[in-house]
Design a protein around this ligand. Sequence first.
Ligand code: NAD
Length: 402
Amino acid sequence: MAKIDMDIPVVEMDGDEMTRVLWALIKEHLICPYVNLKSEYYDLGLKNRDYTDDNVTWEAARAAKRYKVAVKCATITPNAQRVKEYNLKNMWKSPNGTIRAVLDGTVFRSPIIVKGIQPYVRTWKKPISIARHAYGDIYKNVELYTQKGAKAELVVSYEDGRQERSLIHEFDCPGIVQGIHNIDSSIESFARSCMNYALDKGENLWFSTKDTISKQYDHHFKDIFQKIYDEEYSIKFQEKNIEYFYTLIDDAAARVIKSDGGFIWALKNYDGDVMSDLISSAFGSLAMMSSVLVSPEGVYEYEAAHGTIQKHYYRYLNGESTSSNSVATIFAWSGALKKRAELDGISELLEFSKKLEKSVLLTIESGMMTGDLAGIFTGDIKKILNSEEFITAIRHNLENIL
Ligand code: NAD
């Protein structure tokens, strides 16, 4: 079979530790033998972020804006221990945070469903996708320790000298105070991308916040969603026979557990952060979750939802065999290639990407899988494979399908 040509590059953001090892194997075995891969490469590995004073992350995010499609490997977000381990100049910010700040938008996460891996919640029959707002709230907070006797106020000043003030608290013992914000334009684009995604998937959209307690902040999110739904989407939703549904976050959490799945749950930034890990673990494994950031300008950045699988990497460095699951990283690649194919009208690339995903599912369903899945797989396990064997088993199935 002749290799498939691409017109426009995908932005390739390499990363750290075990996922960096998997990244190279995926390209070597599952992409490059079949596609004349056009990618604009940015090394977001921690060493290079440090070497470039993190400029590489900003450049990669700007390239994503230009080319519209990016694929990102998991990266280390440094903490004090990593600063020591890598002898860093600075405790650089989370690359995902930087990319989200540049692109804005919404992160959609959906479980990758395989026959033989049952969700822990027995009523769930269909996937539940989480739509996480990727701007603001505590991710752009300012916070202070306060001392006894402190009076904390919220002050908003305007150019014309007007001020609005509100008392937060008068402290009679030491404490803490935090300021957060969000902006209408970002909430509006969050609402639109969730509604577009729901129409795309033909699934109901749920949205939940804590508006009974946060009567202005959270309520504002609710109002914006409702206005955009009423003015721009209600007819399209009716035509597709799907619903938009708002409820309080605690009510939503209870309903999610009793549901049979098959919907999109939109959540504010922090709620989405927590709930996407909870939902992915309950569906079986963090390594079986696809993740894409969709910006209001139509930029798509695909990644795995998990981290760099640090413990496996230390074993790998010791020359030991690891059984790291590459499914989510493969789906990041197939997602990016599928989107590139759609945007550029390359049907062979679209077909190839779908077949790549199919061969991953076939491999697991035939009983060949990595160690993390073996514990939760209910079918017959033929063999537990190491990281490289798993990728070559997928390649074998891919060759058969192609
Ligand atoms: P992790 O997701 O790497 O690992 C969490 C646990 O899940 C570990 O026990 C790990 O062995 C297991 N696990 C995760 N993915 C797996 C896979 N594909 N196959 C098999 N097992 C898997 O998260 P962590 O240990 O909290 O963090 C490690 C590093 O990853 C940190 O430096 C953190 O900053 C970074 N991180 C990056 C991202 C990202 O770039 N998207 C997300 C989370 C964490």
